[in-house]
Design a protein. Structure first.
Ligand SMILES: Cc1ncc(C[n+]2csc(CCOP(=O)(O)OP(=O)(O)O)c2C)c(N)n1
Ligand SMILES: [Mg+2]
Length: 301
């Protein structure tokens, strides 16, 4: 057996081991570590192609201590359904089945098969690590990319403010499927992530958790700011953090009384740098402020 194949002794408490190849400051990996911890050992994970999969499962190694399977980019929903069917056949109903993917895998490419699993009311927890673009293949814009963000397919320049489109409301799509539990969080609040994953597992049926995860190379910010930016996404109103049970909103994470303007979030990130370069950019920032204000009016308890 080559030395690289030998089993490395691992801390059993680390369900996602530190030996992965994610960037320093990766929001997605930090979120996944808290998800793994909250899931506990009795879980099987189907993981779509994307940064989370690539950085944690470089052949012949794996950072996962869960039974973990790499699905295609588009089909963790279907792979999870298959796992669930196999467990049912074996009479094992006490094992959590998780389908997880990035925003590209969830909002766009894998949505059809996730929709199918939700329609069949499968007892699956779908988790989306939302870093707001297709990061693994070079920062292309996805259905989760926010308005005016520069990506490699929505570059900012003389004729463009970046992404002309608006972020897809994926939690609303989950609610339209009658998911029994829908929640959002950000990696700025790891204990909130853990609490929501644990709570999700108490529900039987289709469940969805979406976690905002800053991406250092994709958004181009100082890697020390991951947690700060994740908190600011919520504190500005741009990323509402809430839960809904059986279609009814049950909690909304409160906003600070001195809610910061969206500039406080945008200014650290190069993907929004063009908005600060001219007076005309201020009008675009006002559009983004309006998105945050509308979110707050829409998502009230
Ligand atoms: C059908 C298919 N199309 C495209 C790809 C190439 N591809 C692999 S990962 C990826 C981007 C993943 O983006 P996302 O789901 O947001 O995850 P992230 O890498 O941002 O965490 C793409 C486009 C693929 N593997 N399969
Ligand atoms: Mg992504």
């Amino acid at each position: 057996m080559p030395p690289s194949h030998k089993k490395v002794p691992q801390n059993p408490a680390n369900l996602l081991s530190p030996g992965h190849s994610a960037c320093g400051g990766c929001g997605e990996l930090l979120a996944a570590r808290h998800v793994a911890e909250a899931l506990g050992k009795k879980a099987i994970i189907a993981n779509a192609t994307g940064c989370l999969e690539v950085t944690t499962s470089k052949y012949p190694m794996s950072a996962w201590n869960h039974p973990w399977i790499h699905s295609l980019f588009e089909n963790p929903g279907a792979v999870a359904s298959g796992i669930l069917a196999a467990l049912k056949q074996q009479g094992k109903e006490d094992i959590a089945v998780v389908a997880q993917a990035g925003d590209g895998g969830t909002f766009d490419i894998g949505l059809g098969l996730i929709s199918g699993a939700w329609e069949r009311e499968e007892n699956i927890l779908v988790i989306c690590y939302d870093n707001e673009a297709y990061m693994n293949t070079g920062y292309q814009g996805s259905g989760a990319t926010p308005h005016d963000a520069a990506t490699t397919t929505t570059p900012a320049g003389k004729y463009s403010w970046g992404n002309p489109l608006y972020k897809k409301n994926m939690p609303a799509i989950a609610l339209a499927h009658k998911c029994v539990y829908v929640a959002t969080s950000t990696v700025g609040y790891p204990l909130d992530i853990q609490a929501k994953v644990k709570k999700a597992l108490t529900f039987k049926g289709p469940k969805y958790i979406q976690i905002h995860c800053p991406c250092v190379p994709g958004w181009q910010y100082d890697s020390r700011l991951t947690v700060k930016l994740a908190k600011l996404s919520h504190r500005t109103g741009l990323y509402p953090v809430f839960e809904a049970e059986y279609g009814k909103r049950t909690t909304v994470m409160p906003l600070p009384k001195d809610r910061p303007p969206v500039e406080e979030y945008l200014k650290h990130q190069r993907r929004f740098k063009h908005l600060f370069a001219s007076d005309a950019g201020k009008k675009e920032i006002a559009v983004i402020q309006k998105i945050a204000d509308e979110n707050i009016n829409r998502i009230k308890n």
